[in-house]
Design a binder for this molecule. Structure first.
Ligand SMILES: [Zn+2]
Ligand SMILES: [Zn+2]
Length: 548
């Protein structure tokens, strides 16, 4: 049994997450469910990322306090995660007292270890609003790619991390005024000290996907710059450095620590306050992160460097499963332009389970994926309904009507049956291998392929004709088809837990998640004579024509 920490990028709660953000939470949920089914020791954690300038901008726009805004979104998101069946061990928030305390202790240590220094810096300052304009309080043209709506901290177009003074034709986001430049003392993290160590770690880590490895090594080649740790904002975690009164820790550099603090909080809540250390300080623990490619610098460079700076021997990210973007009809999701789909609205179109399916089916593992309503419909109607749903339903209704709802006994297997049996027995290994390689999309498609194989088997055998001439062969066919239904029910459960539960109910077997193991899915476990439950269609077709 291995130990795993499964982490998803923390959704930034200036709004309800859209599908492109939500997919990371979903992947963490799928992966943690898979590992638990294998009997691994797992903690899956994440939470709401609440500080920083975009929240303040949004709160000012709404005329409420930032805390009021994040309280509201945090509780909305918790309720939505419930609806989507996202079951993590801890979904917390960066306003949690555990996170605040941990962040301050963490940075005190990094400071004492000599990796923090002060420097007076020039910052954009709005003379109209009389405030400094860090990060997203200022916008302008990206000096690297020319994108005109680049923010002060990062360019959304080329992904580069920016210094707000690098922006061309910058403007205050509150009043549009051209900022002046004013100096302020700030605390810096000495990131360049970790360049050599990081290069060695990244080069040695064979798990990293190509996009994360290439981006990070290129960044190390270009040279690392010290990172400002503090901001002149009130909304955030007070900086714990001597003389830093009135400053807060930069949101990005505290939110990444949430992976650890959420684990601490999980341990405290479970009544074993030290249990988090068994994960974070065990070199054998696999620390897995599901993020978007725009977050690569923080997870492959900055977070590991911060952990190293404590000298505490934390386990570093082992896999950073960084996906490309989901585009919506060819465009990037944009809150301001209302392009995209948000997870609350999505439930008005289709049940959560359908979204879980489609999001993994289009997971942008190698290149950007384009979401269209037409594809959405195809995934649901032809794959989920016609292939998977149909195979389960036709098998179980046949058993119901011709075998008195009992699993029939098998006679000797001939070649066609033997082939199906071999497929079934090999399935947990084959699907599991894809999941072990973080190919969630391929793994899901392999499970649907099993149903496809099942449908072919039934079509070749034609039990609906065979029953009148060869009852023994028909019985064998349905015996095996029912076993395959059970196999599919277990292997689909990380992806579609509700469907898995319904398959288990219809087969009248114990709840998949609690009693079954992944490897059991390759066993012919249903005994002849076992009475199944009542077959019901698992899915229905949908039409999104009104939306296209
Ligand atoms: Zn750019
Ligand atoms: Zn202004």
């Amino acid at each position: 049994m291995g130990k795993w920490i499964v982490n998803a990028a923390w959704p930034y709660v200036n709004t309800v997450p859209h599908l492109g953000t939500f997919i990371h939470l979903l992947c963490a949920d799928v992966y943690a469910r898979y590992l638990r089914l294998k009997g691994e020791d797992v903690i899956a954690v994440t939470g709401s990322d609440e500080h920083g300038t975009p929240i303040e901008v949004e709160a000012i726009r709404k005329g409420i306090s930032p805390k009021h805004l994040t309280d509201e979104y945090h509780s909305i998101i918790c309720a939505l995660l419930e609806k989507y069946n996202i079951r993590l061990d801890n979904y917390t928030r960066t306003e949690s007292p555990v996170h605040v305390r941990f962040t301050q202790e963490f940075y005190r240590k990094v400071y004492e270890n000599g990796y923090v220094y002060t420097q007076s810096v020039n910052l954009p300052y709005c003379p109209e609003d009389q405030r400094f304009l860090p990060d997203r309080f200022v916008e302008g043209t990206c000096p690297h790619c020319g994108y005109e709506a680049a923010r002060g901290d990062q360019c959304d177009s080329c992904g580069r991390v920016l210094d707000p003074l690098e922006l061309i034709a910058s403007r205050c986001v509150f009043c549009g005024a051209t900022p002046t430049v004013k100096s302020s003392t700030h605390w810096f993290f000495d990131l360049p000290k970790f360049r050599g160590k990081l290069r060695t770690i990244i080069q040695a880590n064979k798990q990293l996907p190509e996009n994360a490895r290439n981006f990070s090594l290129r960044w190390l080649e270009e040279g690392l710059k010290p990172r400002a740790l503090t901001r002149d904002n009130k909304w955030g975690i007070p900086a714990p450095f001597p003389g830093a009164e009135g400053k807060t820790i930069y949101v990005w550099l505290e939110a990444v620590l949430g992976y650890v603090s959420a684990s601490i909080e999980w341990a405290e809540k479970s009544g074993k306050p030290e249990a988090w250390k068994d994960f974070w300080f065990d070199k054998e623990t696999r620390n897995v992160h599901f993020i978007g490619k725009d977050n690569i610098p923080f997870h492959v460079i900055i977070f590991p460097a911060l952990l190293l700076a404590t000298h505490d021997d934390y386990v570093l990210p082992w896999q950073v499963s960084s996906t490309e973007f989901i585009l919506f009809d060819g465009q990037k999701f944009s809150k301001s332009k209302r392009i995209g789909i948000w997870i609350d609205e999505a439930l008005n179109v289709a049940p959560a389970e359908y979204w879980r399916y489609v999001l993994i089916a289009i997971r942008p593992e190698a290149r950007d994926a384009n979401f269209t309503w037409r594809d959405f419909e195809t995934h649901i109607n032809t794959e989920l309904n016609d292939v998977l749903g149909n195979f389960v339903h036709r098998t179980l209704t046949f058993i119901c009507s011709h075998f008195d709802s009992r699993i029939p006994a098998s006679c000797e297997l001939v070649e066609l049956d033997q082939k199906l049996k071999e497929e079934l027995e090999a399935a947990p290994g084959r699907v599991g291998l894809l999941l072990d390689q973080f190919q969630l999309k391929g793994a899901l498609s392999a499970v649907v392929d099993l149903a496809r194989v099942g449908n072919q088997y039934l079509s070749e055998r034609e039990p609906w004709h065979l029953i009148s001439t060869d009852k023994a062969r028909t019985a064998t066919t349905l015996f095996l088809a029912a076993q395959l239904v059970r196999t599919i029910g277990i292997l689909i459960s990380p992806f579609l837990p509700e469907t898995a539960q319904r398959i288990a109910d219809q087969l009248n077997v114990d709840q998949v998640a609690t009693t079954q193991r992944w490897s059991d899915a390759g066993v012919l476990d249903l005994k002849p004579g076992h009475v199944i439950g009542r077959p019901e269609p698992l899915f229905h077709k949908i039409s999104t024509s009104a939306r296209t």
